[in-house]
Ligand binder design. Structure first.
Ligand code: ATP
Ligand code: MG
Length: 721
């Protein structure tokens, strides 16, 4: 890293090391680069020590990339780079007791499925099983929205009228209570509880204001109100903070992101903020930028800004309308193959973006059949698999004996004869004695149970306790191995032929613990925290040579030489929601802007006339996406694509399908300005066009001024890109 890698404006942002700084700029203008270089600059010039710097990124992956980049240039041990959630967890590990004495630093972080288990318990306890409106999914969404709006139980109670709302307020109350009992926090709590802590306990706030003397925030446009509150607290004393963002890329409104944080709130909270604009784009060609710009500039709620490509015009964006979703996937596959053949590009140069995860299925099918290697970001997460959840529950319980969700997952796994009824009896016993469910296991003898059951409960209790005591003594690799053995978990999967996949997954978990222990030196608690904060993106190895398939949301902040945006149909992208408001439509436009600005050299826009949607067997025809009506036509060239399948060839002798061949025909319409090669006349530029497809007539001016009118069908022209 060196300062000459930066332009003047970027340099200004890096060198502004005192007071608040807002870098407000379009996609690919080097905002993330500015942050990375700024951390390096602060350390190199000894303006701050590494441990005094806090950098907040949007994903764990972005955090580790930033750390890696800085580390290549300068020793930066001690610098804190993480997501809001990981920083919140770190604060709580240290201070959660000051917030509520019933909590301890070994708390578990609950994910959605854990939350739902708690809610299920509550629904049963309140005898609300028979009401559709009290289902765990709906309640989880409700509670998340209360929390995002910083509403306490009292707030909810005071607004509650009618049976349903009153019950919901009660459920919310019990939910919060149960989390405390289980010594657990949910995802929202990782931001909300530190805020409550800082309000209540000024000394903890002071400690962090003194620790982190410089704060940097990437993707600031996607912070929500609690996140902004948290940084306002942390930077509230010294006000040494740099935030970077682009209002046009605010795409998490549906999760509470508040675009006003970047448009107005930052300057209101930090009135002395210096605002720096970056107006050069280093990522994309001008045509790609123009295309993206022409769509997003239709939004009303945005700030004006400039952005000029440093790379020059580049190729036009290709628009490929196709007949159906399969053909769309084939068009992508063929374009990639062609590009690899002609330009020697690598698989990793390509990304396929879509609006909804469901769209990946057909693309995967086609890629598999065509032998194209791909990695898909998202889908079922490794750590969400049942067998992994079960094994992890052992580790979680050993770290946090109060965690009833973990306990209930494994008390009868592998089977040890402790059924629902017994658990209920134990639960009642725990309530009577005012102890945790786990502690009640030692009094199982007081219940009328069979001897065998009593023995198995007491063995389980003793083993878990034993490992709890060993937690600090054994390293996590070893601990994990003895746990698997003691509870017969590996044995259970290994000897069950239908469970082979699961057995293999457990082996994979073993390697990931080993890797964690070797690379980070952390213990079991740290490992569990890392996985609790794991996201889809963390599974993705961007260095692997394969094509990337991901949603537009996941692609934020990334870049690829060639990007395909699929499913540009009205209702799919923009996605139609039940209550379509103009705010939501504007967010869809920003999503399109994000998608297109991921492309460095080439971009393809695709749609399909028929598509199977929402798991239905029937297909529905589409209307082309509004974005294609809005996009600047000078940036586009239309490619016609047709893929013709020959029928399955059936071997009459045995009736088996032996071959399925396909032929591809691609008509590339020429555009004015295209450079072409003619066998006789040489290289020329198209100056006029008439018609379309094979019968298109073109007027070409060749090198020596020779003008010719030719028919595409006979002229055998080759485009020179
Ligand atoms: P986004 O809005 O998508 O998050 P960004 O503004 O954070 O984009 P970066 O990812 O930092 O932009 O930079 C985009 C690309 O431009 C990267 O490949 C980066 O290395 C390159 N880049 C940034 N600044 C410069 C510069 N001054 N000189 C050369 N390349 C640069
Ligand atoms: Mg960025």
């Amino acid at each position: 890293m060196k300062l000459s890698d930066l332009n003047n404006e970027q340099l200004k942002a890096v060198k502004a090391t005192k007071g608040p700084v807002l870098v407000f700029a379009g996609a690919g203008s080097g905002k993330t680069r500015v942050l990375t270089y700024k951390v390096w600059y602060l350390i190199k010039n000894k303006i701050y020590l590494p441990k005094e710097i806090l950098a907040l990124t949007f994903t764990n992956k972005a955090a580790s990339e930033m750390r890696e980049r800085i580390n290549k240039s300068i020793k930066c041990d001690g610098v804190t780079v993480g997501t809001f959630h990981s920083i919140g967890a770190r604060i709580l590990r240290k201070y959660i007791k000051n917030l509520d004495k019933r909590y301890s630093s070994g708390f578990t972080i609950y994910d959605g499925s854990d939350q739902k288990l708690i809610l299920k318990e509550i629904i049963e306890e309140l005898d609300l099983n028979n009401y559709k409106e009290f289902n765990p999914n709906l309640l989880q969404a409700k509670i998340d929205s209360f929390k995002n709006a910083s509403m306490s139980v009292k707030d909810v109670q005071s607004e509650a009228n009618g049976f349903e709302n009153k019950k919901i307020a009660k459920i919310y109350d019990l939910y919060l209570e149960k989390l405390i009992q289980n010594n657990a926090v949910d995802f929202n709590d990782l931001i909300l509880l530190p805020i409550q802590l800082f309000k209540k306990n000024k000394s903890s706030l002071k400690a962090y204001q003194n620790l982190w003397k410089y704060i940097l925030v990437d993707e600031f446009q996607d912070t929500n109100s609690p996140q902004f509150k948290l940084i306002s607290f942390l930077a509230g004393g010294h006000k040494n903070i740099t935030v970077v963002g682009d209002d046009d890329q605010s795409i998490y409104g549906w999760r509470g992101a508040n675009i006003d944080n970047i448009l107005t709130n930052f300057k209101d909270t930090f009135p002395k903020a210096v605002e720096i604009k970056l107006e050069k784009n280093y990522r994309s060609t001008q045509r790609i930028l123009d295309g993206a710009w022409s769509v997003v500039s239709n939004n009303a709620n945005r700030a004006e800004k400039k952005l000029v490509a440093t790379k020059g015009q580049g190729e036009r964006i290709s628009l490929i309308p196709t007949g159906n979703d399969k053909e769309e996937a084939l068009a992508v596959a063929d374009s990639i193959k062609k590009d690899i053949k002609i330009n020697k590009s690598k698989f990793q140069d390509f990304a396929i973006l879509y609006r909804t995860n469901a769209q990946s299925r057909i693309i995967e099918q086609i890629f598999m059949r065509e032998g194209l290697p791909y990695s898909i970001v998202g889908g079922t997460k490794f750590y969400d698999r049942k067998e992994i959840k079960n094994v992890l529950a052992y580790l979680i319980l050993i770290c946090n004996l109060n965690d009833n969700v973990a306990l209930k997952r494994i008390i009868n796994f592998p089977v040890r004869g402790i059924g629902e009824k017994t658990i209920k009896l134990l639960n009642d016993l725990a309530n009577k004695k005012k102890i945790s469910l786990f502690e009640s296991l030692q009094f199982a003898k007081e219940l009328k149970l069979r001897n065998k059951q009593c023995d198995s409960i007491s063995n389980f209790y003793d083993s878990i306790n034993k490992f709890h005591d060993l937690l600090e003594k054994l390293d996590c690799k070893e601990l994990f191995r003895v746990i698997l053995e003691e509870f017969n978990i590996e044995y259970y999967y290994k000897n069950n032929p239908v469970e082979q996949d699961r057995y293999n997954n457990i082996q994979e978990l073993k390697s990931s613990i080993d890797y964690f222990a070797e690379t980070s030196g952390g213990g079991l608690r740290e490992f569990l925290q890392e996985i609790a904060l794991y996201t889809d993106l963390d599974d993705w190895n961007s260095k692997q040579n394969s094509i990337t398939l991901m949603t537009v949301h996941a692609a934020k902040g990334l870049e690829f030489p060639t990007v395909f945006i699929t499913g540009l149909e009205q209702g799919l992208f923009p996605l139609m929601r039940v209550d379509d408001s103009s705010d939501q439509f504007e967010e869809e436009r920003r999503l399109f802007y994000v998608a297109l600005t991921r492309a460095m050299e080439k971009a393809y826009l695709l749609n399909a006339y028929y598509r199977r949607r929402f798991g239905s067997q029937s297909t529905s025809s589409f209307i082309q996406s509004d974005f294609l009506n809005e996009i600047n036509k000078d940036s586009l060239k239309v490619k016609k694509y047709k893929s013709v399948y020959t029928k399955r060839i059936v071997n009459s002798a045995n009736g088996k399908t032996v071959k399925m061949a396909r032929t591809v025909t691609e008509f590339d319409d020429f555009a004015v300005g295209d450079m072409v090669q003619h066998n006789l006349f040489g290289v020329g530029t198209i100056i006029v066009l008439n018609g379309a497809g094979e019968n298109q007539k073109v007027g070409i001016e060749f090198k020596d001024g020779l003008k010719k009118k030719l028919i595409v069908k006979y002229a055998n022209l080759k485009r020179i890109d």
